[in-house]
Design a protein around this ligand. Structure first.
Ligand SMILES: [Zn+2]
Length: 248
């Protein structure tokens, strides 16, 4: 069963790659079939097998020999591992389906944010809609809605205050919508955990990068990946930790 779940995750990961590449470029994610971004050659099905094709082709396009980004197999493995983790936690349930969509959309949003400094509405608003639908199905729609408003409002406040204090855009609109969407899934406690952990992780990585001379204080750091990772951490471990500490 784990093997089937793993292969399923790899195939989804392959599709997530298409989304990561095409959504920010305003292209359709279903048509046309994949082609090499360098030479435009149509990619044959046997060269489009997750992980294996990358290994057999030694990371190069069969036609033009230009390098295939290692991001592709990375996303595939990430999606596959995530799929297994969700399966182990939820089994084959409705939660399994919703948390798969949750993580897959966060993977796509994170990579787009990392490369383009935007989180498309299709991801953030889409995720909010899915989260609210999930809340409705679990008869926890009010929790879900309050989580959404809370997440959105909290980061909106941070953005307004940041702008007033630092006189520059401290928080992007995409991040605000994303935390709202996360709130629709993981409610108020989840939002607080996510913002706290994401800020810690973001600051830590930022300080390390500055210390290594890889970036400067003024450079933008995409916050979406940190919010996404922290929300996933909440689903798997944060919820239990908070419950244990506070007994609520
Ligand atoms: Zn090529």
């Amino acid at each position: 069963m784990i093997t089937i779940i793993f292969i399923f995750g790899l195939i989804i990961g392959s599709f997530l790659n298409v989304c990561i590449y095409r959504i920010p470029r305003g292209k359709s994610i279903v048509y046309p079939p994949s082609s090499c971004p360098a030479c435009g050659a149509r990619i044959k099905w046997y060269d489009n097998i997750p992980i294996l094709s990358y290994i057999f082709l030694k990371g190069k396009c069969r036609n033009c020999k230009s390098k295939i980004s290692p991001i592709y197999p990375t996303v595939e493995i990430l999606a596959a591992v995530y799929t297994i983790l969700v399966y182990l936690k939820f089994g084959l349930t409705v939660d399994f389906v919703f948390y798969l969509v949750f993580g897959y959309m966060l993977i796509v949003g994170s990579f787009i944010d990392f490369f383009h400094y935007i989180i498309p509405d299709r991801i953030s608003i889409g995720l909010a809609v899915v989260g609210l639908a999930y809340g409705f199905l679990r008869h926890e729609f009010v929790h879900s809605l309050v989580g959404f408003v809370f997440g959105f409002g909290l980061l909106y406040l941070v953005a307004v205050l940041g702008k007033a204090i630092f006189k520059k855009e401290a928080m992007g609109g995409g991040d605000i919508k994303l935390l709202g969407a996360l709130g629709a899934f993981i409610a108020i406690k989840g939002v607080l955990f996510t913002l706290f952990v994401a800020s810690l992780l973001g600051s830590f990585v930022g300080i390390v990068l500055i210390a290594l001379g890889k970036t400067s204080m003024s450079q933008r750091i995409p916050f979406g990946p940190y919010l996404s990772l922290s929300a996933i951490l909440y689903v798997f471990v944060g919820y239990q930790i908070i419950t244990k500490i506070y007994g609520v």
